[in-house]
Design a protein around this ligand. Sequence first.
Ligand SMILES: Cc1cc2nc3c(=O)[nH]c(=O)nc-3n(C[C@H](O)[C@H](O)[C@H](O)COP(=O)(O)OP(=O)(O)OC[C@H]3O[C@@H](n4cnc5c(N)ncnc54)[C@H](O)[C@@H]3O)c2cc1C
Length: 392
Amino acid sequence: MPLSYDVVIVGGAVVGSATAYFLRNEPSFRGSVLVLEKDFSFARCATTRSLASIRHQFSTPQNIAMSMFGTQFLRDAAERLSVGGQSPAIGFREQGYLFLATEVGRGVLQSNHATQKAMGADVVLLDGPALTSRFPWMSVQDLAAGSLGLSGEGWLDAHALMMAFRNKARALGAEMREAEVASLEREGRRIAAVRLVDGTRIACGAVINASGTSAAALARTAGIVLPVEGRKRCVFQFRSPLDCGAAPLVIDPTGVYFRPEAQTYLCGVAPDEPDDPPSDDFEVDWSLWEDRLWPVLAQRVPGFESARVLNAWAGHYDVNTLDHNVILGAHPDVDNLLFANGFSGHGLQQAPAVGRALAELVAHSEMRSLDLTALGWERVLANRPLRELNVV
Ligand SMILES: Cc1cc2nc3c(=O)[nH]c(=O)nc-3n(C[C@H](O)[C@H](O)[C@H](O)COP(=O)(O)OP(=O)(O)OC[C@H]3O[C@@H](n4cnc5c(N)ncnc54)[C@H](O)[C@@H]3O)c2cc1C
């Protein structure tokens, strides 16, 4: 292996792999690309443990635009990411998201809806009777409105998408190595090299931090404070005799969500803020099912009263503690270190847009397809949050 690359990407899950793909697919970039990933099993990364869903129902135009590109990309993924005539099966199902609101939340739902419509999202507002008519299995007495994605939203196989990006990036010439980066070697305004835990030094033209919940620790080795923390999120899989048919992913006003998965359902809820410390353990918090999930599910969907848990797992959001949005691009003090961290639970769907943006930043020193500069370091350093209201 050479010990110098034009671009070194730290972290080879969905964001690192998407970036490698877009870089090698960029006609005006002919440089070498190395992806360093510490665990080729990908067993514990957020990508593998994700709920793997995509929605256009955000409150900020940047998030909406990124997910709309994500949908476009996913629809064509079999073709774009095929290798040697073999097309990956990423299992994209466009069954929509349904955000529910009581009277208290109706205003926010309507204002988000207006932003989404202005961006071209295929969403519709439904009142109580319309909700009942579409979703007769749901109890709507306490609801004022719902916002339903009619197309473009849904879910997919996250691991398959990540592997498809990896395989295609490799086929286009990116190199992948299983190795852990210990530190970044900074010389003034540049990162000169990355240092592996075994001591190997790899010189680089640019570095991309795609290391998920480890991103802040990596940034610290270059003297940069990145406000990103790992926060545990648990997903529960349950069985119910009720068949909701082709139901959407439903977001209850309490924050509880559920969606169908084959013949079962997946659900979850974010812990209350005081119960949501930085975390790196993978213990499932079973009290969430008893105390928060089942009561809401049984009330919202009476047919779920006899639901039985089959399985559960824990993973970690890389939470941007300032505003729950990705921090994208270079820090003003270091020219060749690009960040894509702090996705706060929506990084899978944003991986295509972010991978493309990073490739454009490397190749052209600017984002050409989508202007995502509002998601850069400037707002972080100015302590000026770009607040996303629809955090799930
Ligand atoms: C329970 C759960 C549900 C989610 N649901 C959704 C959803 O429905 N939709 C959605 O869009 N997003 C969802 N997300 C978020 C999404 O999964 C993440 O935002 C996304 O996967 C982040 O991808 P990533 O590549 O940046 O990070 P990760 O997938 O965390 O990958 C980071 C990689 O970097 C590697 N690494 C770290 N440090 C080093 C180092 N020093 N050297 C080498 N390698 C290193 C790790 O091994 C890992 O493979 C969910 C997340 C969780 C936990």
